[in-house]
Design a protein around this ligand. Structure first.
Ligand SMILES: NC(=O)c1ccc[n+]([C@@H]2O[C@H](COP(=O)([O-])OP(=O)(O)OC[C@H]3O[C@@H](n4cnc5c(N)ncnc54)[C@H](OP(=O)(O)O)[C@@H]3O)[C@@H](O)[C@H]2O)c1
Length: 329
């Protein structure tokens, strides 16, 4: 039986998601890795409990997270049922559809047929009647944008999602999609881009669009999957994502250049009284257009460390200039 910490709301920061009524914890947990059917359930459960005890209220999924695809939603569904039965209203649960999920022409991309049936499957796996946020996971170059946005509106009208969001959309497509949704009477709550000290594309127009549209933003892979931590300073540890089975980070991605840059960034972090991971998260949160950073974790201790990023979110102009120069900006 799980009893959450009574102190759970004492230290977390909650930030308003664009011009909406919804606040998100400044740190959110994503279940792309470490929550699949092949992962140790007790560890996944411990990470979710630890997050909630530290004030993390927002949990992010997608239809295809696992492996196998769908199993992260099943894992979280079981944790919800066993541990969070009376706590659903304290949680913000997100899921997405947009990548390949089942065979044939209806299990991928952005058609109405795919999005609505995929969300029904997700709700079944999660064992809940609605999610808080449903995202279109990536733009579809073939399906008319009107059809995809109309499907998101239907999902809200059906009560299967409270809010909708977009992920991996360009600045231009975000603007178009947001105006379309507004025209249909539904506001686009949030955008989920990849954003970290190593990946800065959202600075090239997307962040401006989000401000103009009053949308929030949640940065995924803010630690560059672990490269922006001290974990690869002395080689590739056996229990790391780069050494494991993930196809998304292989040992070749841990280049000497990247490790060298991280070591230099770590010196600034140390001067700030932070670990590199903490500074990397604080850096992403420095711009108010970023509502939350969406971290992954393989161990509870990482969540404990990362949440402490909130103890120092301020950067001096000099620190930012030094960081930019290390990053070659
Ligand atoms: N919308 C999209 O297209 C999209 C794409 C990708 C991800 N996402 C979302 O973003 C979430 C986070 O992505 P991510 O997992 O790549 O995020 P990340 O926070 O950049 O990387 C997380 C990984 O870094 C390592 N780590 C975390 N804290 C650490 C610490 N304090 N010290 C040392 N290592 C630490 C762990 O890996 P080890 O296993 O090495 O310990 C952890 O699993 C996903 O779960 C998903 O919800 C969305």
């Amino acid at each position: 039986m799980y009893t959450p910490e009574s102190t759970r709301y004492d230290n977390m920061v909650y930030r308003r998601c664009g011009k909406s009524g919804l606040k998100l914890s400044a740190i959110s947990l994503g279940m792309w890795h470490n929550f699949g059917g092949y992962d140790r359930f007790e560890n996944s459960r411990a990470i979710v409990r630890k997050c909630f005890d530290l004030g993390i209220t927002h949990f992010d999924l997608a239809n295809n997270y696992g492996p196998p695809a769908g199993s992260a939603e099943e894992t979280f569904g079981k944790i919800l049922k066993d541990d969070f039965a009376g706590l659903r209203d304290e949680l913000v649960i997100s899921t997405k559809a947009g990548y390949g999920m089942w065979p044939g022409p209806y299990g991928d991309w952005g058609s109405r047929k795919y999005l609505i049936s995929s969300l029904d499957q997700s709700l079944n796996r999660l064992g809940i009647p609605y999610v808080d946020i449903f995202y279109h996971h990536r733009p579809d170059p073939e399906t008319p944008l009107e059809e995809t946005m109309d499907a998101l509106v239907s999902i809200v009208r059906q009560g299967k999602a409270l809010y909708v969001g977009l992920s991996n959309y360009s600045a231009e497509d975000t603007k178009k999609a947001s105006s379309m949704l507004k025209g249909m009477g539904v506001k686009c709550l949030i955008h989920q881009p990849k954003y970290s000290m190593f990946v800065r594309n959202p600075e090239n127009g997307l962040q401006e669009v989000l401000e103009e549209e009053g949308m929030g933003s949640i940065a995924f892979s803010p630690l560059a999957q672990g490269l922006l931590t001290n974990k690869y300073f002395n080689g590739i540890p056996e229990d790391s994502r780069a050494a494991g089975k993930s196809v998304f980070l292989n040992p070749e991605a841990v280049t000497p250049d990247k490790v060298e840059i991280s070591k230099k960034l770590n010196e600034i972090a140390a001067e700030r009284g932070q670990s590199l991971a903490q500074m990397a998260l604080a850096w992403v949160l420095r711009n108010p257009v970023t509502t939350s950073v969406l971290i992954g974790a393989s161990k509870t201790i990482q969540v404990e460390e990362n949440v402490k990023a909130l103890n120092n979110l301020e950067f001096t102009a000099e620190e930012l200039t030094r960081i930019d120069s290390i990053l070659g900006k």
